[in-house]
Design a binder for this molecule. Structure first.
Ligand code: AVJ
Length: 323
């Protein structure tokens, strides 16, 4: 058998046992078809997301970075020497460098991410840039329990959760995640978290539907991933990207809208689509500062400080456990 044929057979057999198979089947079986947004971040998706962060319309990344530059000295003043900086969903760890520049006395930096490639690249880059920094990468979901090497387990912990990734979770799930982080960061734990702010749709929609189509490619890449990993037969041309503002829920939604009536075969099942029917692929919740404070307090955090930009586009909060 040729190598390509063998690989193909192998991948079809792998498809049914793939860890994402059940999640995808469940999501596509609902009345409103859904796919969880963590599926975006395969190697290609992580690259596309990096491209998004450089788009003129996508304000969060550069706005948050500018806020962090301003806030870093104050954050450093509240971080005890010998602390461990734990980053949840670290991706390329670009913004981390801003904090690491201001925090020379860390015992270690512990990035957690689902993308092996992003984690490896970021660890290598930070290792070069901060040669004395101990980097302890963890491959996985940031909702997994935090396990540090024995020598570090008693160090004070500061969590870093930038990018408004918290916005991907519905408020109840976000509160549960913040509670989980409070537990993982332990007594005296702190959390530096970036939260995107509610604003006019004229700014929000282009940020999620850019003129050059990068966000569309990012959204559609999820279908390419299902084709490759689960042997699905999505025709990427027959779906279009859509960004919607759901005012009642205070969130941007991304959808993949079927351009016509069709059936998609996946893992031995057929999923029918009406023309105009969508797969809901992402929620990005936007908060007012007061709303986010209330949520954090519900999860056992107290808000010590908050920084914003001049345009009130984005916020960075410093949360302390308890108090
Ligand atoms: C990284 C999840 C915060 O919601 O703004 C960017 C992802 N989706 N463009 C966001 C995203 C579409 C991003 N988060």
């Amino acid at each position: 058998m040729s190598q390509i044929a063998e690989q193909k057979l192998g991948s079809v057999q792998d498809a049914a046992t793939s860890p994402i198979a059940q999640i995808v089947l469940d999501g596509l079986s609902r009345p409103q078809k859904t796919l969880p947004s963590f599926l975006f971040y395969d190697a290609r998706g992580s690259d596309l997301f990096e491209e998004i962060t450089r788009l003129p319309e996508y304000y969060p990344t550069r706005t948050e970075a500018a806020i962090l530059v301003e806030a870093a000295p104050q954050i450093a003043a509240h971080t005890p020497p010998g602390a461990v900086l734990v980053e949840y969903g670290s991706g390329s760890s670009r913004k981390t460098e801003i904090l690491l520049d201001a925090l020379p006395n860390l015992a270690a930096y512990a990035p957690i991410d689902v993308s092996q490639s992003a984690l490896a690249e970021a660890s290598a880059r930070l290792g070069r840039r901060f040669p004395t920094l101990r980097v302890i990468p963890t491959l996985g979901d940031f909702s997994a329990p935090l396990i540090l090497p024995a020598g570090l387990s008693r160090r004070p912990r500061t969590g870093f959760f930038p990018g408004s990734t918290i916005g991907n979770f519905a408020p109840a799930e976000a509160a549960a995640l913040l509670t989980h982080m409070a537990q993982g960061l332990g007594h005296g734990g702190k959390l530096i978290i970036g939260v995107d702010l509610l604003k006019d749709v004229s700014v929000l929609i282009p940020a999620y539907d850019d003129a050059s189509g990068v966000t569309a490619a990012f959204n559609l890449n999820i279908l390419a991933r299902l084709n490759r990993e689960l042997g699905a037969d999505f025709d990427l041309q027959s779906f279009r990207h859509e960004a919607r503002f759901n005012a009642a829920e205070g969130r941007i939604e991304m959808h993949l809208v079927s351009r016509h009536r069709q059936k998609i075969a996946l893992l031995g099942c057929l999923f029918p689509f009406e023309a105009g029917e969508s797969i809901h692929t992402e929620n990005s919740y936007k908060y007012s500062i007061a709303q986010f404070k209330a949520l954090a307090e519900l999860a056992g955090w107290s808000c010590q400080r908050v920084w914003t930009d001049e345009g009130d586009l984005f916020s960075v909060h410093e949360l302390h456990r308890g108090v």
